[in-house]
Design a binder for this molecule. Structure first.
Ligand SMILES: [Zn+2]
Ligand SMILES: [Zn+2]
Length: 181
């Protein structure tokens, strides 16, 4: 099963290729990237955010219609929330191989700092590899430098290395090498 990235037209342009390359390195797998055709809905006016679950529903529908079996990561610009949280960087639904991430809070500009493409590429790649890690069966990791550590703020993302820790890597390895029944 392959990995696809759907890149929304409103997400930062020009970063698709370096992000796909970095995620491919982290996962040691090939990653395709293409322009997204997913309609983004689930906007909640009172929060000025999109409901991540509704965005995933739409992605799921698209995958089913087009018979896409690959794990798909959708990259969007719109800020996301999930029930009971102020915001989420991303959300994964492993039962359907669908994940979404928002670039909104990954950019320095959001925090009033000077923008940096390199930092943005790193953060989208780490967050993207994290959500794809969930799609491949991984849970959160307590190692703060591991891609699967759950980030609650930008600092958490920046502390991570662009790699899975040896434990998560061994789990991934066992998931992918076990013949499925
Ligand atoms: Zn997570
Ligand atoms: Zn780990």
């Amino acid at each position: 099963m392959g990995i696809k990235i759907f890149w929304d037209a409103r997400a930062p342009s020009g970063l698709q290729k370096p992000v796909a390359r970095t995620i491919a390195q982290i996962l040691n797998a090939s990653v395709d990237v293409e322009e997204s055709q997913i309609l983004i809905n689930g906007y909640r006016q009172q929060r000025a955010q999109h409901d991540a679950r509704i965005v995933l529903d739409r992605l799921q529908l698209f995958k089913r219609r087009h018979n896409i079996k690959d794990n798909v990561l959708l990259v969007i610009q719109e800020d996301l929330f999930e029930e009971d949280s102020d915001f989420v960087f991303g959300l994964a639904r492993d039962t359907t191989g669908s994940a979404v991430l928002s670039a909104a809070r990954l950019a320095n500009e959001y925090y009033g700092r000077k923008g940096s493409d390199d930092e943005l590429i790193d953060r989208i790649s780490k967050e993207g590899a994290h959500e794809i890690g969930h799609l491949m069966g991984l849970s959160h990791c307590r190692n703060q430098e591991c891609v699967m550590f759950q980030p609650t703020a930008l600092d958490d993302l920046d502390r991570k290395k662009k790699a899975f820790c040896p434990y998560c890597w061994s789990l991934l390895d066992s998931f992918t090498s076990t013949p499925s029944a």
